[in-house]
Design a binder for this molecule. Structure first.
Ligand code: ZN
Length: 308
């Protein structure tokens, strides 16, 4: 495929997601449950839940779409929403800084890839190359560290740059970066237009990896315990209902990515059994410390709530 064709395809994908608006009203004191999300396949369980609740009486789930993690975090940390589907490391950092939130479920299972240019065939080939991640506080950063370790390298052997997810496929196609790891479907987008290939999928690097979490504010959990219980139970049920076909149908309703991109991306991810177990959380906390994301991640008992 010609490079300008690749770039125009990528641009179409980028244009479809940059025109997002953020909503900023205070969480209302009624039956509505306001949940923040980014339009990525990692948040599909909450989108599926909204679909399933649409036809039920009573509880209303209001999805609040954001264009970046920083905008979403502002809304979560200031209590403008009742909860969010968010990179769990960002939520852990907020918790560490005193924000009253709890992680109540996983966003998804597996579902990340390390995408690299054609010249990279082993992790050792990444030496002195430039690699993009969305945020230092992310499992994408952890997966990069895990991949480098397989090649006998550390993060100090490469150039790491933080880029907006939407920019990564085109940055790889243009040679600005040599690889990236980011929430889906942006990895699949790079593969679909032949800008790069998969070097590792997340489960090859980190079994039962944790990436996104569903978090709720303590205020919501304490003042509306029945709504919180209902919301979490329907969320997990929606996750279990997300087989490949349902996931694709829901994704097509909320995102503008084409079938090729979604077909590739949805092969890598699953949404069943979204409980956060102590064992998998502690493995995440160890990696967070080992790779320098945080010296003092929140303890499972302080941060994770499973007993609804
Ligand atoms: Zn994720």
């Amino acid at each position: 495929m010609k490079k300008n064709k690749i770039l125009s395809l990528l641009l179409a994908g980028v244009m479809s997601v940059v025109s997002l608006t953020a909503c900023g009203d205070k969480a209302e004191d009624d039956d509505t449950i306001k949940i923040a999300y980014l339009p990525i396949t990692h948040s599909l369980a909450v989108l599926e839940e909204a679909e399933e609740l649409q036809n039920q009486d009573g509880k209303k789930l209001e999805l609040v779409k954001f264009g970046s993690w920083s905008e979403l975090l502002d809304a979560l940390n200031s209590g403008k929403v009742d909860g969010a589907s968010v990179l769990i490391e960002l939520a852990m950092k907020s918790k560490q800084e005193g924000v009253g939130i709890k992680a109540v479920a996983l966003g998804h299972r597996d579902g990340n890839v390390i995408v690299v240019s054609d010249e990279i065939n082993t992790p050792a080939d990444l030496k002195r190359k430039t690699f993009a991640i969305p945020h230092r506080q992310s499992s994408h950063n952890i997966l990069l560290n895990d991949a480098l370790a397989k090649g006998g390298l550390t993060i100090d052997d490469i150039n790491v740059t933080e880029l907006a997810p939407t920019e990564m496929p085109s940055a790889l196609a243009s040679g600005q970066i040599d690889g990236y790891c980011v929430a889906e479907p942006f990895g699949a987008m790079g593969v679909a237009v032949n800008a790069g290939k998969v070097l590792y999928s997340s489960e090859e690097l980190w079994e039962d990896s944790i990436c996104c979490g569903l978090v709720l504010t303590d205020n919501f959990i304490e003042t509306r315990p029945d709504d919180a219980k209902f919301f979490v139970e329907s969320y997990k049920k929606a996750g279990n209902n997300l087989d490949k076909e349902t996931a694709k149908a829901t994704a097509k309703k909320y995102f503008t990515q084409n079938d090729d991109v979604l077909d590739i991306s949805l092969q890598w991810i699953s949404y069943n059994d979204l409980d956060i177990t102590e064992e998998t959380y502690n493995a995440l906390a160890e990696k967070v410390k080992e790779y320098g994301l945080s010296d003092n991640p929140p303890a499972y008992s302080d941060f994770v709530k499973n007993d609804f």
